[in-house]
Unconditional design. Structure first.
Length: 276
């Protein structure tokens, strides 16, 4: 279970660089957990209406940077924009500042090369369920990060879901392949279930509703249950029944597990190719 947290006592300046879908989801999570919008700054050339509305609560949108000094900076721009964006942030960074990057494929070494020496940096990989507060984020910090800075980063990331910290950055490629890209695999499963239902004779609309509800409900059951996924699977599989017949296909030598291993391996390889 995700522990409740509060950001009400955060008084230093928090700067969000990039407020697209993921950045906006994080901002929503921070404010929902008590962050005073007046302590937040958003740098985003095309802010959504929701982000702009926070201005009435004190949030500063695209202010002049010369008078700013950040306690924390969260970078949520597209990875290809990093070489242009990061050098502009150097004046905002002080000895106590922690920089959190959620850009895919941008290594700690790359980030450090464009930021002041000895900057505390966290590289994090969230996923899209962060938009509803049910995200999964994996994070790794560099050698300059103090325990206090890690605590700040953890609280910011936990506002959109669970957080796992690792010490080996090399694992981030597999993390990206599993949890970063993972929601797409689950959505594909829902698509495939619906198509299978249609092929078995169900009306398309009914098949899609059944598939959506089945995936959503099963995911919530897995989230709440103390048993692991294998145990839950066995619990709904009667010997010689309909579920067993389907699992004989899905668990065959070339079935779902083998395909998923290949898929995650392919995504991991691609992440390594993109990682800089």
């Amino acid at each position: 279970m995700i522990q409740a947290l509060s950001l009400r006592d955060v008084s230093g300046t928090l700067i969000l660089v990039g407020a697209g879908k993921m950045g906006s989801a994080m901002l929503d999570g921070w404010i929902a957990h008590g962050l005073n919008p007046a302590t937040a700054v958003v740098l985003e050339p095309q802010p959504s209406l929701q982000v702009a509305r926070y201005g009435s609560l004190g949030l500063r949108l695209n202010p002049k940077l010369d008078a700013l000094r950040a306690d924390a900076i969260v970078i949520a721009v597209k990875p290809q924009a990093a070489p242009e964006v990061l050098p502009n942030l150097t004046s905002l960074i002080g000895p106590a500042t922690v920089v959190v990057s959620i850009m895919a494929g941008r290594s700690l070494t790359f980030l450090q090369s464009l930021l002041p020496r000895e900057t505390a940096i966290v590289r994090a990989m969230p996923n899209t369920p962060a938009a509803i507060g049910r995200g999964m984020t994996v994070a790794v910090g560099n050698a300059h990060m103090t325990s206090q800075q890690k605590s700040v980063a953890d609280r910011l990331l936990t506002a959109t879901g669970a957080v796992e910290w690792i010490t080996d950055e090399a694992l981030m490629d597999a993390v990206t392949a599993l949890s970063g890209s993972g929601p797409a695999y689950v959505f594909l499963l829902a698509e495939a279930l619906a198509r299978g239902g249609v092929a078995a004779g169900l009306p398309k609309e009914l098949a899609e509703r059944l598939a959506r509800a089945t995936v959503a409900g099963s995911g919530e059951l897995l989230n709440r249950a103390s048993d692991d996924a294998a145990t839950l699977r066995r619990n709904v599989t009667s010997p010689g029944g309909t579920t067993a017949a389907a699992l004989d296909v899905l668990m065959s030598k070339d079935g779902l597990e083998a395909l998923m291993e290949k898929a995650i391996a392919a995504a991991t390889r691609r992440s390594r190719e993109l990682d800089v």
